[in-house]
Every structure is written in structure tokens, then in C-alpha cells.
Design a protein around this ligand. Structure first.
Ligand SMILES: [Mn+2]
Length: 315
């Protein structure tokens, strides 16, 4: 893909606004803030903004509050996401031009956008870092640090490698630029006593049927943990079921009080499951994906699809 156009466009615009997905993880924020840092460090006179919903990671960088009028002559980047319903702040439609940089398998539904979607990258932050190196951008130590955070978290701390040689090489370059993952690792591996006790409780409720491990967390269960958000319970606990012999697929189903849906988080080892997530309106990666389900009957359908898939794979 011709990445040079990205630099040409950046040079062409005075105002640049960077969007990412709703309820951001560290890859979304690392991609967004990393790109911001690179543009600002390379072109200090440009007006660059980051926008989106607040998150529990806001220590990394505060989002900018900007008026609609700024979009009129602006170039917008959308990172770590390509589909409308998942993008935080829908004002990208007001921009003069939109460039998408993503690594998810969903193709974009934004008409007229310039798309850079490369699913061979483990993290959007890795793709962006690679582009920035290729185009000789300067990257600040903070920029390098947040990009590496995105890489570490989206790759499952360097577990889910698609091109290990490339990913470690990108990480090496970011470390040379001042990224220091020690602080991130200390934080990632730290949890409070309540969380540890909660995990023990959930672990004792794991069900296993025909090679599929699952947890069902209805409203009653969620209400037992008023200070934990739905993602701490769903995405945060799905891998309690990882690493069980004879269980290649595991799923965590959690009632979301705000959206009135059941959040399904799906993971697998050696079997591609993203097509099942897509079948139920979700998406993500081959072995780590999810979908918002309407009711508990749908949850049973998903579990049955997983069982069927395991059976078919064995045949
Ligand atoms: Mn990502």
C-alpha cells in the first residue's frame, strides 16, 4: 500500500483531528496518541487534536474538547476502527478528508475515506508505528511509549503473533526511541484483592460442554460487583478459561445494564472463530472477538455454533 499519501495529506492540512473507537483500549489510545505525538513532533506548527469518550486510561492523555467548526478544513484520522457504529464522536463526517488506519477484518462503511486496513498487524499501533518509521516521522519518547503499550496489550503481551520478527523489530525501535514497558507491565500484572477474590468466584462457576468453556453472568451476578464496569467482568475475565486442555474455545457472556444487551467475549486456541462473532453482528480478530447479543436464547445459539465448529474441525 502507498503510505506516502498519508504524509502528503498531513503536510497539506493545518488542522488534523484524530478519532478512535468507543470505549477505547490501550491499542486505540496508543494509536491515537502515538499518531498525535508523531505529527506534533515532526510538524510542531500543525494544529492536532484527539477526540473521543472518556475512559479509565485517561491518565495517558486527556481528550480535546473542540467545536464543530474546526472540522470544516480538517483532515481526520480514524484509528483502530473502520466502522461507523464503533467510532467515538461522529463528527468525522464534517471533515474535508478522512483517512482510516486499522487492523481489524471488518471493511469500512465510510464512503470516500482513504483506507489503510492491514489485518496482518497484531495491533493498530504496530501498523501506525511501521508507517511512521517508513515515512521518517519523528517520534517522541511519549509517542513511542504509548505505541508500544498498544502493541503489548493487543498482542496479548506478545503472545498472539502474526509476524513475530516484524513485531519484535517494531518494539525494538520504539524502545530505542524511549519507550519503557516496565511501568506498563507492573500495572498490567497488578490487581487489587477484591479483583483476585472475584476471579476465584468466577472460576468456580466455569461450565464446560463439548470442548467449549463458558461463563454466564446475568444481572444478579453483575449486581454483586457495583464498582466493576461491564468490561472488567466480560473482557477482563474471559481468559480465566484460557489454557484448559481439550477446550479450544471459551466465551464469557455478561449482561450490560446500560445497553441492555449481553456482551459476548470469545476466545480460541487453534480455531478461527471470528466468523461466528460476525454472524451475530460482532467482529474482532480470528481468535479474540465478540458480539453484543439480544438475549440468553442467542447465547445458547452461539455456544451451539462453537460446539459444532469444534466437531467439524475434529472431523
Ligand atoms: Mn486494536
Amino acid at each position: 500500500m502507498n503510505h506516502k499519501l498519508i504524509k502528503d495529506k498531513i503536510e497539506q492540512y493545518q488542522t488534523i483531528i484524530i478519532h478512535r473507537h468507543l470505549r477505547p483500549d490501550l491499542d486505540a489510545l496508543g494509536s491515537q496518541i502515538g499518531l498525535y505525538e508523531a505529527i506534533k513532533t515532526t510538524y510542531p506548527d500543525k494544529d492536532v487534536y484527539i477526540v473521543g469518550d472518556e475512559s479509565r486510561f485517561d491518565v495517558v492523555g486527556k481528550m480535546d474538547i473542540i467545536p464543530d467548526s474546526l472540522y470544516k478544513d480538517a483532515l481526520v484520522f480514524i484509528v483502530d476502527v473502520a466502522v461507523r457504529k464503533l467510532i467515538s464522536d461522529d463528527r468525522y463526517d464534517l471533515a474535508k478528508e478522512v483517512i482510516i488506519i486499522d487492523h481489524h477484518t471488518n471493511s469500512s462503511d465510510i464512503k470516500g475515506a482513504i483506507e489503510y486496513i492491514d489485518t496482518s498487524y497484531e495491533a493498530a499501533a504496530a501498523y501506525i508505528a511501521d508507517i511512521l518509521f517508513e515515512l521518517d516521522f519523528k517520534i517522541s519518547p511519549l509517542g513511542a511509549d504509548v505505541l508500544l503499550s498498544g502493541i503489548i496489550t493487543d498482542s496479548g503481551r506478545f503472545q498472539y503473533l502474526k509476524d513475530g520478527a516484524r513485531l519484535f523489530s517494531i518494539a525494538s525501535k520504539l524502545c530505542k526511541l524511549g519507550a519503557n514497558p516496565l511501568e506498563l507491565y507492573d500495572w498490567l500484572y497488578l490487581e487489587d484483592v477484591d479483583t483476585r477474590l472475584m476471579k476465584i468466584k468466577f472460576q468456580s462457576r466455569i461450565e464446560i460442554e463439548d470442548g467449549v468453556a463458558f461463563l454466564k453472568n446475568p444481572l444478579e451476578v453483575v449486581n454483586e460487583y457495583p464498582d466493576k464496569d461491564v468490561f472488567t467482568i466480560s473482557r477482563g475475565l474471559v481468559n480465566l478459561m484460557a489454557g484448559i486442555e481439550g477446550v479450544p474455545i471459551w466465551a464469557n457472556f455478561t449482561y450490560d445494564k446500560e445497553e441492555h444487551v449481553i456482551l459476548g467475549e470469545f476466545r480460541s486456541r487453534g480455531i478461527q472463530i471470528v466468523d461466528i462473532a460476525k454472524k451475530y453482528g460482532g467482529g474482532g480478530h480470528d481468535n479474540a472477538c465478540g458480539a453484543a447479543l439480544e438475549n440468553w436464547d442467542q447465547v445458547e445459539l452461539v455456544i451451539n455454533d462453537f460446539k459444532k465448529l469444534i466437531k467439524e474441525t475434529e472431523e
